[in-house]
Structures are given as structure tokens and as C-alpha cells.
Write a protein that binds this ligand. Structure first.
Ligand code: FAD
Length: 687
């Protein structure tokens, strides 16, 4: 006979019963459409059917064990990719779903994209097939021990030897050693090394070179190359981030990646048509990090929402004698539900950025670089904002789980530790805000010179600064809290705030402040601009994907109302968090500010009944979540106890058949039987 459902199962079933929409209608949005979802669900099933990817004991493994496990995983991944002729998109998703940072990861996520973007067509003809088939396993080696963000200060050199038609690669100092390079420590046999290009003592700045690292015969490091794994890290446990030094390593001239810059046989250097073209690979990775942020936030929301719906604690209902579901406390809602809204906001901006990047790629193949700056700046700004939103928000959601959130069994910790590095790599987040601000400042100066200039939609609002005397008197037009639900009022407010911060940055610069002195202004401005874009993209996304203007069915209306409540929550949360910036120049009145606070509270209430439905809509499998607390069936306590059973400390050899722990005879018994001597503290023993 099946067991009667327990309290937690009843609670989660009741949550699903009160949901006003069908969560499965939203799932394709997170997979990139219905057709793609079907294909990717097959990939999930494929991974789940392979024992090598089993996650049951993952939380118990140390660094060395995880690395050893990751090697067979990597091999099986490549075999499956080949056996099933997976598309690049399906292969990438397989790695996402395997959900461990397997050591070949950087080969596909960094080495190949940079190779494709920076190698010439002739070079790609030779290297492409070797790299695509893993004969060459590569890494991307830019960062050095002493130099990270400042690419211009890299010390590794590539000096041209015109007689032998070769580059000589050197790491002249300890600080010039490459460091943090994923896949380098133990696995890669090639690296794309960023090194200062030197011809006849003239330094042409950092350029990429394909440098062999290990023998293709027996994997031994090649002469002149010293490589090590760099040691333990906060996350990315299975990854061999590495350290390397080069001592007079010679490579052919043709090993410089020559799509944009070239060096001739005679040693003549030709520069790229646009200096930023060389960053193409990074832009692609930043774009994927926006989508990665959305899914990571959604994953945390799924676990936190489901668990907080079944966790009862505190205030007791006298009618039912049940404690309150912790998800009903506004203090818990205010920490989890905004993260839900950020997941949606981020997914829409991810779609927007991916489309823009595709357009840019199409243009660039025809020699049109007009989108380059927008793509570079918006991918930087969104990467910086969304990864921070995720890194901070996931931790906040984890804390909402109380003590159980501190257990790896919660499923919140392992993936978050890995995610945390995204705020640092592919452009350190705080630094990226300078690039966004510098660009906006330049557009502003251009507008002052030419108020009729063409601006792309996300920066059109800058035109309003041309009439500065009118701009500074702008006020929010909301006459009641209801007006704050109108997109045009909301977007105008975010545009005004971003424009004002541009003006302040320009004034501070004009007053003589150095660029370094303006770091805080840049962080503030970049955030304001990105928040505006995210809200606009969210709004446009709703219109495009969910607004059936003509004769919508009841289901369609319910779905739109539900997701619109999430949009409102995102708007009110963001406005409330940044309230001082809407108030300080008098754009918002104190009364309007009070409406914002009230709007935030109202939005939490509006989203709450559908919270578990939204958690379900992301479509995560229990296998991926690997969480005792956040599984679909709500059986949090049983699963917590079941996972405890698997703890190696609880089985042999650490605990014997009688339940006695290893080391009892040698270490504990002497203590218990007084063999460690009597205790008497020195001096005055009174407390
Ligand atoms: C898990 C992980 C994987 C990585 N993988 C790779 C890889 O495969 N290949 C690779 O080449 N690199 C890799 N990196 C390195 C990464 O790209 C760098 O860490 C990143 O670029 C930041 O550089 P940094 O560490 O030198 O920080 P720094 O540049 O030293 O920054 C330190 C602090 O100073 C601030 N700062 C620096 N310059 C300025 C300035 N001009 N104005 C204001 N503030 C400033 C920053 O905001 C930051 O807070 C990886 C890093 C991590 C953590």
C-alpha cells in the first residue's frame, strides 16, 4: 500500500493547487523555445543514464577525488558528443547539465572561441579540425601572477627572431608567470598565450599566440615550459587552474593568431582595422555568462521556494495547530522572490544580448563594425550586473533556508561556489563598469556637439541631456501608486536617473577629477544604465512572448497576469533598493517614494500564491538540483536523512559494525579514561 503523504508533501501539493497558471507553459522560455527544449531534455536524459555522471556522492569528494572523477567524465562527454553527433549548442548544454567544472571545460568555452575569433582562415583550416577533435586540448592564458585586469601591463614577451622566422616566448619575472589558467595545470597541450609582441625592440602590446605546452606523444611538458596546478580554490574544485612559465620557448611565426594583426616574413607589423576587434572571444563568453546567471538564480529560487513552502516554523494557527510556512513571512519573501524576478529579467536580457551578438557576427563577416561598441559595452555592463545579482542573491536565498542551508545537501552551495568566480573572470565586475561609463560619457559629449546624431535604442535617452536646463527640472509624473505600474512612467524614471548620473560624471570630470577618483560614479552610472536596460528588455519580452492582444484565452490572461506580477516585483524591488538616487535631485517626491515601498510590499503579496509554480516553471530535474531540500516532491526531511546515510564517516572503515568511530581506541579512550592527565589551569582559575 502506498504511504499517506506527509505534511511537507501535502503542503507542496496545496501550493501547486493554488497556482493560477500552468508552469509548463513558461519552461520553454528558459530553454530557448519549445523545439530546443525537446532536444535539450533528451540531453538531460542521456547524462542521467550514464553512471559516470552520477552525482550521489559528489558532495563527499575532496579536490583530488573530484579531479580524478572528472577525467572519465570528460572522456565520456566527448564520446557522447561524437556518438550522437551533437550540435555545438547541445554539447554546451551537456556540459552545463553535467554540472561539474570538468577540466576540459575551458577548451570549449575559451580556447576554441578565441581560436575561431582570432585565427586567420588559413590558420583555422589547419588548427580547427585538430582542436575540434581534441587532438589539441587548449587553454587561454592571459592572466599573470602580477597582472590581471590591466592587459597593457602583461610581462610575458613574444620576441620576433627574423632570421629563424620564429617567436621566442619568455616569462622574464616571477610576476609574469601565467596564473589562474583553467585546463592548464594538468590537461592542456596547447595554450593561446597573450604576450607582448616585440619586433626590433619595439613593443606592439599584447597579442595572442598558439603555444604548444605538452608533448603530443606522451603529454610531458615541452622544453622551456614549467607548468603546475596552482592549488585549492573556493570553487571549481575539479578544474586544474594552472601556473606556467616560459623560458626561451620557440614557436613558428605562423603561430601568432593573425586574423586581425599580422607580421610578415620580413617582420613588418600590420595593425587591426579596429583595436577592440581583438576582444571578440571575451564578448561571446560574457554573453553566455548573462544566461548562466539567469539559470543559476533560477536554480537557487527553485530550491529556496520549495523548501520554504514546506518548512513550517514559529507562529501557530490555532485552528489547524500548524506552524506558519516560512515562505509566508514577508522577511523571507523579500529575500527569495526578488531573486525569482531577477531570473526572469536576466533571461530576457540574455535573449536580447544573444540576438545583438548574432547580428554583430553577421555584420562583422561583411566587414561592418558598427555594432562593435554596443556589443562590447552592453555585454560588459550586463555581465557585471547580472553575475553580481546572482552571486549576492543566491547567498541571500541560501540564508533563508536557516541551518539546513549550511549543509551541502541543500544543493545551494556547490554550484554557488563555482558561480562566484564569474564576478571576477571575463573582466572584473567593478572594472567593467568603467568601460560602460566611459562609453556613455562619450555619447553624451557627442550629443552636445550634434543633438541629431543617431543613438541606438538603449542609449537614446541621452539626447534629453542636450537641453540641460529643461532636463534638470524633470519630475516623475506618477499621480498615484497605480501610475507606478505604467511602463512609460517606470522607464522614464530609470532613463532620468541614468541621464542625471551621466551629467554628474561629466561635471565631476570637467571639474578636474582624475578617472580613478570617479570609480564610484562609474559603478553607480553603469548599474543605473543596466537596470534601465533590464527593465526595458523585461517589458519588451512580455509584450513579445506573452501579450496576445486579440482574444486571449483565460489561460493566456492568467499567465500574463502572473508573469506581469513578477515584472512589477522586479521594478519595485529595483526602485526601492535605489530609492535615494530617484530622490536626491527631486525627481521623486517623498510621497512617490512611499508608493514605491508600498508597491514592493504589494508585489510580494501578488507573487506569493504562485511562488511554487514559478519554481516549477524553470524545469530543473531533481537530478540536477541534487538537493534534499528543493526536490519536486517536497520530501525535505526524508531526503535529508537519506543523504546523511551516505556520509562516509557513517560507514566502514570510519565507523565499525558496532557504531564505534575510527580512532576511538587510540585517541578517545585515553581521554575518556583520564590518560591525558588531570586539568588544572595556571594562575587564578576563578572565572
Ligand atoms: C576561477 C577563475 C578562473 C580563471 N580562469 C582564467 C583563465 O582561464 N585564463 C585567464 O587568462 N585568466 C583566468 N582567470 C583570471 C581572471 O581573468 C582575473 O582574475 C581577472 O581578470 C581579474 O584580474 P586580477 O585577478 O588580476 O584582479 P586585479 O586586476 O588585481 O583586481 C584586484 C582589485 O583591484 C581592482 N582594480 C584593478 N584595476 C583597477 C582600476 N584600474 N581601477 C579601479 N579598480 C581596479 C579590481 O576591481 C579588483 O577589486 C580566472 C580567475 C578565476 C577566479
Amino acid at each position: 500500500m502506498p504511504l499517506a503523504p506527509n505534511r511537507q508533501q501535502l503542503d507542496i501539493a496545496a501550493e501547486r493547487a493554488k497556482c493560477t497558471f500552468d508552469p509548463s507553459q513558461l519552461t520553454p522560455l528558459f530553454y530557448g523555445g519549445e523545439e530546443k527544449m525537446k532536444r535539450l531534455k533528451k540531453i538531460e536524459a542521456l547524462v542521467d543514464s550514464e553512471p559516470v555522471f552520477n552525482r550521489d556522492d559528489r558532495y563527499f569528494l575532496g579536490r583530488t577525488e573530484r579531479f580524478k572523477r572528472a577525467l572519465p567524465m570528460a572522456k565520456r562527454y566527448v564520446e557522447l558528443r561524437n556518438e550522437h553527433s551533437l550540435t555545438p549548442e547541445e554539447s554546451a548544454y551537456m556540459k552545463v547539465y553535467i554540472d561539474d567544472y570538468i577540466p576540459i571545460h575551458l577548451h570549449e568555452s575559451m580556447f576554441l572561441p578565441v581560436l575561431r575569433a582570432q585565427a586567420s582562415e588559413e590558420q583555422l583550416k589547419v588548427w580547427g579540425p585538430l582542436a575540434e577533435n581534441y587532438h589539441y586540448i587548449g587553454c587561454y592564458a592571459q592572466t599573470e601572477l602580477g597582472h590581471g585586469s590591466a592587459l597593457g601591463r602583461l610581462e610575458t614577451t613574444a620576441t620576433f627572431d627574423v632570421e629563424r622566422d620564429q617567436w621566442i616566448i619568455n616569462s622574464p619575472t616571477q610576476s609574469s608567470a601565467k596564473f589562474w589558467i583553467g585546463t592548464l595545470g594538468k590537461i592542456a597541450n596547447h595554450a593561446i598565450v597573450q604576450a607582448k609582441l616585440i619586433i626590433n625592440n619595439k613593443d606592439y602590446g599584447a597579442h595572442p599566440f598558439l603555444v604548444p605546452l605538452r608533448s603530443l606523444k606522451d603529454h610531458t611538458p615541452l622544453p622551456g615550459v614549467v607548468i603546475k596546478d596552482q592549488g585549492p580554490k573556493q570553487g571549481a574544485v575539479s578544474m586544474d587552474n594552472g601556473y606556467a612559465r616560459f623560458n626561451n620557448v620557440r614557436i613558428p611565426r605562423e603561430n601568432m593568431l593573425m586574423r586581425f594583426s599580422q607580421v610578415s616574413r620580413e617582420g613588418v607589423y600590420s595593425k587591426p582595422i579596429h583595436p577592440k576587434l581583438a576582444y571578440g572571444g571575451m564578448t561571446a563568453v560574457r554573453t553566455t555568462l548573462i544566461n548562466h546567471s539567469a539559470l543559476s538564480m533560477a536554480r537557487a529560487v527553485t530550491i529556496a521556494t520549495r523548501y520554504c513552502a514546506v518548512r513550517r516554523q514559529g507562529t501557530v494557527d490555532i485552528k489547524t495547530d500548524l506552524e506558519t510556512q516560512v515562505l509566508d513571512y514577508p522577511s523571507v519573501q523579500s529575500r527569495i522572490l526578488p531573486l525569482l524576478s531577477h531570473s526572469f529579467a536576466t533571461i530576457f536580457s540574455g535573449i536580447w544580448m544573444t540576438d545583438m551578438y548574432a547580428q554583430y557576427n553577421a555584420d562583422i563577416s561583411k566587414g561592418d563594425t558598427s555594432l562593435l561598441k554596443d556589443v562590447h559595452v552592453y555585454s560588459s555592463g550586463l555581465k557585471s550586473y547580472c553575475t553580481k545579482l546572482g552571486a549576492d542573491g543566491i547567498e541571500e536565498a541560501r540564508r533563508c533556508l536557516g541551518g539546513h542551508g549550511f549543509s551541502l545537501f541543500s544543493g545551494m552551495i556547490d554550484f554557488h561556489r563555482q558561480f562566484l568566480a564569474t564576478v571576477t573572470y571575463e573582466g572584473e565586475n567593478a572594472l567593467l563598469t568603467q568601460q560602460v561609463s566611459r562609453y556613455l560619457l562619450k555619447l553624451y559629449k557627442d550629443v552636445l556637439r550634434n543633438p541629431n546624431m543617431h543613438l541606438s535604442p538603449p542609449s537614446k535617452y541621452i539626447l534629453s541631456l542636450f537641453h540641460e536646463n529643461l532636463f534638470v527640472h524633470q519630475k516623475c509624473e506618477a499621480r498615484s501608486i497605480r501610475d507606478l505600474y505604467r511602463p512609460e512612467i517606470v522607464l522614464a524614471a530609470f532613463q532620468h536617473r541614468a541621464a542625471r548620473l551621466i551629467l554628474e560624471l561629466a561635471r565631476a570630470e570637467k571639474a578636474g577629477a582624475s578617472w580613478s577618483d570617479l570609480n564610484l560614479e562609474c559603478m553607480r552610472l553603469s548599474k543605473a544604465h543596466v537596470q534601465y536596460i533590464m527593465i526595458e528588455n523585461f517589458h519588451n519580452g512580455l509584450e513579445k512572448h506573452f501579450n496576445c492582444h486579440a482574444n486571449p484565452t483565460v489561460e493566456q490572461q492568467n499567465l500574463l497576469a502572473a508573469i506581469r506580477s513578477v515584472y512589477d516585483l522586479h521594478v519595485f524591488y529595483t526602485m526601492e533598493t535605489e530609492l535615494s538616487e530617484f530622490l536626491e535631485d527631486g525627481y521623486f517626491s517623498p510621497e512617490q517614494a512611499a508608493w514605491v515601498r508600498q508597491g514592493f510590499k504589494n508585489s510580494l503579496k501578488a507573487v506569493r500564491p504562485n511562488a511554487v509554480g514559478f519554481a516549477d516553471c524553470f524545469g530543473f530535474t531533481d537530478s540536477l538540483l541534487n538537493s534534499a531540500l528543493g526536490s519536486w516532491d517536497g520530501r525535505a526531511y526524508e531526503r535529508m536523512a537519506e543523504m546523511t546515510e551516505k556520509e562516509p564517516l557513517n560507514g566502514e572503515p570510519m565507523t565499525d559494525k558496532n557504531g564505534v568511530v575510527w580512532g576511538y581506541e587510540e585517541y578517545l579512550k585515553p581521554l575518556i579514561y583520564g590518560k591525558a592527565g588531570p586539568y588544572k589551569a595556571r594562575g587564578d582559575s576563578k572565572l
